[in-house]
Design a protein around this ligand. Structure first.
Ligand code: C5P
Length: 221
């Protein structure tokens, strides 16, 4: 049976950075499910669909195929065959993603793909509903969080490094709004699975969090 590690948590908690590091140390594949939701949101944006127009979102779902591949350990996400990795990390796409990932049709499309990958492959998968809904039998489950201030500051520095002008206040407000949406939606809301280990990374380094996860894996493998 494949060994699965589920990492869930709010935006900006460091899930992807840490999951990548842990996957490298274990020679496991890292699957970023947020990127799949982002690819779908990009399609809705391109089509000019409003986030609250569920009927149009549902119809558009029929036109979308999302797939991923691994290139040098980096996940690439494809939207109808087009590699959209470089287009999905904007704030605009992030907001649209959170607003449209509430719909059943959108979620069903992606969870099937995620489950089938995990059946045969040792992997680390991160997202919002991996431990609670996608892989309820994952051998290791982590709920990784940090304060809104910490997450906002990290995102602020990331954007500044890229030369993108932004305000810390707006970023913190956007993060809080995204958390609110992800935690309060009806289908597969973000919450800690009962058997998940809670890690608050506010005062921890990337290395410390990674070590803690690797220790849990060694104990359970
Ligand atoms: O992790 P990332 O910030 O890329 O996720 C973008 C959005 O995708 C989240 O805010 C959430 O609304 C949605 N998402 C989800 N379920 C997942 C992964 C992401 O609903 N498993």
């Amino acid at each position: 049976m494949a060994f699965n590690i589920a990492i869930d948590g709010p935006a900006g908690a460091g899930k992807s950075t840490i999951a990548k590091k842990a996957a490298e140390a274990l020679s496991y594949i890292y699957v970023d499910t947020g990127a799949m939701y982002r690819a779908m949101a990009l399609y809705f944006l391109r089509k000019g669909i409003a986030a609250d127009d569920e009927a149009s979102v549902n119809a558009a779902c029929e036109e979308i195929t999302v797939s991923i591949s691994m290139e040098n350990g980096e996940q690439q996400v494809f939207l109808n065959g087009e590699n959209v990795n470089g287009l999905i990390r904007t704030e605009e796409v992030g907001k649209m993603t959170s607003a449209t990932s509430i719909y059943r049709k959108v979620r069903e499309k992606l969870t099937d793909l995620q489950r089938s990958m995990a059946q045969t492959t040792d992997l680390i998968m991160d997202g919002r509903d991996i431990g609670t809904s996608v892989l309820p039998k994952a051998q290791v489950k982590i709920y990784l969080t940090a304060s809104v201030e910490t997450r906002g500051k990290r995102r602020f520095l990331e954007l500044q490094e890229k030369g993108i002008d932004c305000s810390l206040e707006t970023i913190c407000a956007d993060i809080a709004k995204r958390d609110e949406q992800d935690m309060n939606r009806e289908i597969s809301p973000l919450r800690q699975a009962e058997d998940a280990v809670l890690i608050d990374s506010s005062d921890m380094s990337i290395q410390e969090v990674t070590e803690k996860i690797l220790k849990l894996v060694r104990e359970r493998r």
